[in-house]
Design a protein. Structure first.
Lengths: 146, 194
């Protein structure tokens, strides 16, 4: 069945091509000059004797001068991966949230709301100064206790 | 009369890959004229075609290692390299297409007393017909009908799908039949007036 299909398509193809063949056949009489034939032979013989020519196979090249071919997609993926691995640590460092400051935690947990504590409200609202005010309170209490 | 190949295709390919000068001699013998025609019919410039022919053989010296497949792919590989040479020379600005009909005097290998007026006219007509097509179609027609490559080889050499090759041939056939019809109607009109 497949063979009959093939032969039918070949017949159709030859019928399709039949008018074109006699029209284009005279072009086969075109040819180069004798000078060209000689010149081409000399050029190729010279190329054969060049170091980059065919006579210089990969086995004759030391390993550190050999080249390998890498498909472009593979090369692109490797390059992207290398670039990402070089850049990502820096990006991660920049985007990391700031570490919580110990004094602020201490201020929330350890601030005693004892009546009679004379802490100033302005100083409690400013987080950077909490530690200072705590110390001040502590010293105040210590001083008051003593 | 066609000369029998002195070495088989398999031996030729092995010899080319080994860099044997005899194998390259055989490659010359088989492809020199065909490559020259391919280039000449691409742009009509005889000298440029000669240069490109030499460039192709030099490129083949180093490119033959990269050839995949067996000896049945040799023709398509050689013409594929030729197509690359053509592209490269066009990028370098060496490509100056001229009228194909002007190339007849220089490139007709049978020019001389034995070339009759009639056969010269048929050559001129063939070149005129080919000149009406742009490059991909022209290459398809040359490789298929002048160089005798199979459709699959043409597709491989030109780096195009097989169906594209077939559609190019179909379009060329349609155009030819149209030209013939126009010529015949013109002839009939002339006869009617006469």
């Amino acid at each position: 069945m497949a063979e009959s299909n093939d032969s039918r398509s070949a017949d159709e193809r030859s019928q399709e091509e039949a008018p074109l063949r006699p029209v284009l056949a005279p072009l086969a009489s075109l040819g180069p000059s004798d000078e060209l034939r000689g010149a081409n032979r000399r050029r190729v013989l010279a190329a054969l004797h060049e170091p980059q020519g065919i006579g210089c196979s990969d086995d004759a090249i030391p390993w550190w001068r050999r080249q390998v071919r890498v498909p472009l997609p593979v090369a692109a993926v490797v390059l992207l991966w290398l670039a990402a691995s070089a850049v990502l640590p820096w990006l991660r460092f920049d985007r990391s949230p700031p570490e919580p400051r110990e004094p602020r935690v201490a201020a929330r947990t350890e601030t005693p709301e004892t009546p009679g504590t004379p802490g100033t409200p302005e100083k409690r609202q400013a987080p950077d100064r909490v530690a200072v005010s705590l110390k001040g309170d502590a010293s105040f209490f210590l001083d008051g206790g003593s | 009369m066609r000369r029998e190949p002195s070495i088989t295709d398999g031996d030729l390919l092995a010899g080319l890959k080994a860099g044997r000068p005899t194998a390259f001699e055989e490659l010359f013998r088989r492809f020199e004229t065909r490559l020259y025609r391919f280039f000449l019919l691409s742009h009509g410039n005889h000298h440029l075609a000669e240069d490109q022919c030499g460039d192709t053989f030099v490129a083949l010296v180093s490119a033959i290692h990269r050839m995949r497949g067996g000896e049945e792919h040799l023709a398509s590989f050689v013409f594929g390299v030729a197509r690359n040479v053509l592209r490269r020379s066009r990028r370098r600005g060496r490509f100056r297409p001229t009228s194909l009909e002007r190339a007849i005097d220089v490139a007709d290998s049978r020019a001389g007393p034995q070339r009759t007026v009639e056969s010269r006219e048929s050559l001129r007509q063939a070149m005129g017909f080919l000149e009406a097509f742009d490059e991909p179609v022209r290459h398809v027609l040359v490789l298929r009908f002048v160089e005798g490559l199979m459709l699959e080889e043409v597709a491989e050499a030109l780096g195009m799908p097989l169906n594209t090759v077939k559609s190019h041939i179909h379009r060329a056939r349609k155009r030819l039949l149209k030209q013939i019809a126009v010529a015949e109607s013109g002839k009939q009109a002339e006869d009617g007036h006469g």
